[in-house]
Ligand binder design. Structure first.
Ligand code: AQP
Length: 284
């Protein structure tokens, strides 16, 4: 008897053009998993998640097509992968309600995307929930439904999504406890290199599609000249030494990007660029 295949499932939100972080943290490992024996793959375009950030249907439609094209350009084979748009599967939103009713509100209060929005309001001296829509609060439940509806085993995600994945496990556990064994408990599939690519302009902040500073991210659609220009402008420090350290977030971020594309670890990169300046490193 052959073993059950390992089921990989992941999604990306069409809230903008995908960037280097999306590629390194999720798309690249997800594509590699489609070429691994004994795996089956469910990859989707999370257009309902995009509604949290934009209510512009034309933009969501355009970004959905663009992200679908990016997946294909990265090597996704639709003959091998179940590739779909979230809104085409009504069972996902149906399941969301069942899961909502077993989810403690306190669990969602602690979800990082919601807390980050509250922290931003706190810093600006506004009411904590000012401008925060209930979709942002509820989205870990929709994400749980995305994963549990297909009984996924492994979920390729960047580091920023690991807490939401943990919430999906908690919800599945709670549901199974009440109704009997129903859902597989999913685990994260986080790459060793590139799990959290930082902004090129503010390297203590995650690289994000919705950043208003175009120099903060490298888009998958940027041409070579634009990519070179953005790396040349990337914020580093005055130390001049290619070395990974907590007090060198800009250089460490560039090293993590270099590591994704060369497969070299930090020690090898430090050795390769010993005595050479940031200019050469950035071009590499
Ligand atoms: N900077 C990043 N480094 C590594 N992985 C990342 N991911 C996102 N940013 C980075 C991973 O990409 C997958 C798809 O993410 P998403 O588009 O669904 O949502 P997100 O995490 O909110 O991505 P963005 O780019 O930051 O979008 P906006 O600006 O719209 O919020 C996920 O697995 C994510 O971990």
């Amino acid at each position: 008897m052959s073993a059950q295949p390992t089921r990989f499932l992941t999604g990306i939100t069409p809230s903008g053009t995908p960037h280097l972080g999306n590629y390194a943290g999720m798309m690249r490992p997800a594509i590699a998993a489609t070429r691994t024996a004994g795996c089956e793959n469910f990859y989707f375009l999370a257009d309902y998640h995009a509604l949290i950030k934009t209510q512009d249907p034309a933009r969501i439609h355009r970004c959905t097509l663009e992200i679908a094209a990016s997946w294909l350009a990265c090597g996704l084979d639709p003959e091998k992968v179940t590739f779909y748009r979230q809104s085409d599967i009504p069972e996902i939103t149906e399941l969301t309600w069942f899961l909502t009713c077993v989810t403690g509100k306190g669990l969602l209060n602690r979800a990082h995307a919601y807390k980050a929005a509250q922290d931003k309001n706190h810093e600006a001296g506004r009411d904590l929930d000012d401008g925060v829509n209930a979709g942002l609060f509820m989205y870990p439940v929709l994400m749980a439904a995305d994963i549990l509806v297909y009984n996924a085993d492994l979920v390729p995600v960047g580091q920023d999504q690991t807490q939401h994945l943990e919430i999906a496990r908690t919800i599945a556990n709670r549901f199974n406890g009440i109704y009997g064994d129903t859902f597989t408990l999913p685990a994260g599939y986080v790459p060793k290199a590139g799990a959290k690519i930082m902004s090129l302009a503010e390297p203590t902040k995650k690289m994000s599609k919705s950043d208003t500073n175009a120099n903060a991210f490298v888009l998958m659609t940027d041409d070579k000249d634009t990519i070179v220009r953005k790396f040349k402008r990337a914020v580093t420090d005055s130390d001049g030494c290619v070395r990974a350290a907590g007090d060198k977030p800009g250089v460490t971020n560039l090293m993590s990007i270099y590591s994704v594309f060369t497969g070299r670890d930090y020690a090898a990169i430090e050795k390769e660029f010993a005595g050479r300046g940031y200019g050469e490193f950035k071009l590499a």
